[in-house]
Design a binder for this molecule. Sequence first.
Ligand code: SF4
Ligand code: FES
Length: 361
Amino acid sequence: MSTLPGPLSLVAEVTHRCPLHCVYCSNPLQMQSAANELSTDDWTRVFHQASELGVLHLHLTGGEPLSRPDIANLVDAGREANLYVNMITSGLGLTADRMHELKDAGLEHIQLSLQDADEEKANEFAGARAHAHKLKLAALIRQQDIAFTVNVVVHRDNLDRLEAILALAESLEPQRIEVAHVQYYGWALKNRDRLMPTPTQVERSVQLITEAQSRLSGRIQLQAVFPDYYARYPKTCVGGWGRQMMLIDPAGLALPCHAAAIIPGMNFDSVRAHTLEWLWKHSPAFNRFRGTDWMNPPCSTCDRREIDLGGCRCQAFQLTGDAANTDPACSLSDQHESLVAIAQARPSSDSQWVYRILAKS
Ligand code: SF4
Ligand code: FES
């Protein structure tokens, strides 16, 4: 255990508060209230411990990180700890003054989310009138010397406009565009029937993205995340459980991934009681699915077990009821057919969006 490499990135969910209500949000259904959030001093301590553990990248996310009045202090604390600081934001709450404050604090990268190229549909998916504001913000971000990524989550209801979405993202002149098919956790799972793309849409999106990558080459880096419901083998989720990434939720619980809390019987320890080093090396949650010893067949004897590490533990639990099962996204899983059936199902005509809501405590 003493030779265990540290994580490369720390995902700091600094708040679950958010002015948007996106139908594909991967936040847990049971979110942390503002009263439970870690303080500025707590986060500062965590960032320094992360740096000592070998973390290079700090991702400030949420919810909406701008919902925290001390977000510039958190950026500053991350830089003081020698971390590369990225902020993932909807942009709501970002003004010119705040942008300058964040820049002065040392923010190095900003990732702005878009929901669609069509304003009405974008606002529908976000559950808020946010689209026009986001477009204005892009100009404000570009004026700063800050790396800029535009992120778009794609799904059944917006994939037919992917060309227009790519054109809009390109017009905002980021260094990087990320097109991510929905991953079905949290609120996205609630809306899976309406979000699940058709096979034709997925194939078309691969073609459009490949063409755009070639057209934008050398100017804008275009990255895509495709849905594993249509893949032969599963994704190596979060780079492997307890391998590359550590997530701290708003109340200070340390998790190996954003959805791990759904797995029954798991207990997550807190940065309020333990150092990040102890959490990474010794907490039962991080060790539960680390490596390959926990695997059952077919993973335990499979040649790919060191490549994909059996896929996603949370998806295995969601779809099979046991997180130690092979991820059914794998074609070798004996439950793969159930996933194929989900992917082929079509939404009922009266299906309604379930919007992300943070319950008042
Ligand atoms: Fe990966 Fe397990 Fe499928 Fe093999 S059986 S490809 S290790 S998920
Ligand atoms: Fe938890 Fe994949 S989201 S392991």
